[in-house]
Design a binder for this molecule. Structure first.
Ligand SMILES: C[S@@+](CC[C@H](N)C(=O)[O-])C[C@H]1O[C@@H](n2cnc3c(N)ncnc32)[C@H](O)[C@@H]1O
Length: 364
């Protein structure tokens, strides 16, 4: 009778050279030149001697190095998981893993991950959230991002997973250009992609201050949670006066948490009504107009806030064919020809553009 041997898991061990640590690079180069390094070879410390490393050698190699250094059978180190998908085998079956195309893109906002899912992927949303938390240890919660909604262009979020013992709120703190800000993608608009524009605003404000030889007054009537303003406030002596507002009460609540200086007046108000308040008219050196879909419509109601020689810096989303007429409209509103710079593409046919200009009152 033939006795069957119980099946055993195939051994993963392979030949390694144990070499002095300082010779590692040299031996690696020689093995590479001799095509004696296995694919994806990884060097590890020799567990019996921390001053030596183990370098894998292919089974076929006859390299003379095998006779010069101790040869040790060792398991190659396992590769660390590189994406959340590498964790799925620990929570789902192979059949389940192979049943859909897994999402490959997601967005980090503070200690949150926001991810867009299609219908098939949504069925595995909880698992995606769980695997994301396994992969990204500093992340607190994962939300499905179902797109932009409402007049305040906020995200429709649905919780997929939260780390045990932590809060499941989408309120989070982000770090932009060295400044911390509270935001909440489900109740306020905030986009990290505009941080470059905000650096430009800081440069613009500094130039104005240098020209006027005094701290300047700034009005940001579409302030959101205040990302354009925090860099200005950190600059000693730059601001003399600050007015920041937004129509979204949730944004104003966070704005008050983010901007605590006594210099600032913060209000929840429709920007288009500010010109009705005499105490705000002709008051500001710098006006920010960041309502890109409605800038041209709102702008005539905002220019009375600027003092003589004041500067307006604004952003507009423009389709290519709208470019010339936007330039004409700006010329009429601001009293002089204004250059519109394309900053980045907004959609297949539209761009986010920026203009910056002094206001000429005599011609208005
Ligand atoms: C494009 S976001 C800009 C936010 C902020 N400046 C930033 O860079 O993140 C436009 C902001 O305008 C606010 N908003 C929309 N309509 C408004 C209005 N009529 N008056 C004042 N704020 C308004 C929105 O709530 C939103 O926070």
């Amino acid at each position: 009778m033939v006795k069957r041997v119980a099946p055993v898991a195939p051994s993963r061990t392979m030949r390694h050279l144990s070499v002095p640590r300082q010779e590692t690079q040299l031996i690696l180069s020689q093995l590479k030149a001799e095509s004696a390094l296995p694919e994806g070879a990884r060097v590890q410390m020799d567990p019996s001697d921390p001053n030596r490393t183990l370098i894998p050698v292919t089974e076929e190699s006859q390299t003379e190095l095998l006779s010069l250094y101790p040869v040790i059978q060792a398991e190659p180190p396992t590769a660390p998981p590189r994406t959340y998908r590498d964790h799925l085998p620990s929570i789902l079956s192979q059949d389940e893993i192979q049943s859909i195309d897994w999402p490959t893109r997601h967005e980090f906002v503070g200690d949150l991950i926001l991810i867009k899912l299609d219908e098939q992927q949504r069925k595995f949303g909880d698992y995606i959230g769980k695997a994301m938390l396994m992969q990204h240890t500093r992340i607190r919660a994962v939300f499905e991002d179902r797109g932009v909604i409402g007049e305040f262009r906020v995200r429709d979020l649905s919780l997929l997973a939260v780390r045990d013992g932590f809060d499941s709120t989408p309120k989070t703190r982000i770090l932009e250009s060295g400044h911390y800000l509270w935001t909440n993608p489900s109740t306020v608009y905030y986009s990290a992609r505009l941080s470059h524009e905000r650096q430009g605003t800081l440069e613009c404000a500094k130039k104005l201050q240098a020209k006027l030889h005094r701290p300047i007054s700034v009005c940001d009537p579409y302030a959101g949670v205040g990302p354009s303003l925090t860099p200005l406030l950190k600059e000693p002596g730059l601001l003399g006066d600050l007015y920041a507002s937004d129509l979204n009460p949730a944004a104003v609540e966070l704005l008050r948490e983010n901007i605590t200086t006594e210099l600032a007046t913060i209000e929840c108000v429709d920007a288009r009504t500010l010109h009705e308040r005499s105490e705000l008219c002709s008051k500001f050196d710098l006006l920010l107009v960041n309502i890109p879909h409605d800038t041209l419509e709102h702008l005539p109601k905002l220019t009375p806030l600027l003092n003589d020689g004041g500067t307006v810096r604004g952003w507009i989303v423009l389709e290519e064919e709208e470019f010339d007429s936007a330039q004409e409209t700006l010329k009429k509103i601001l009293g002089k020809a204004v250059e519109i710079d394309v900053r980045r593409s907004y959609s297949a046919t539209a761009n986010l553009c920026r203009f910056e200009s002094k206001i000429i009152r005599e011609m208005m």
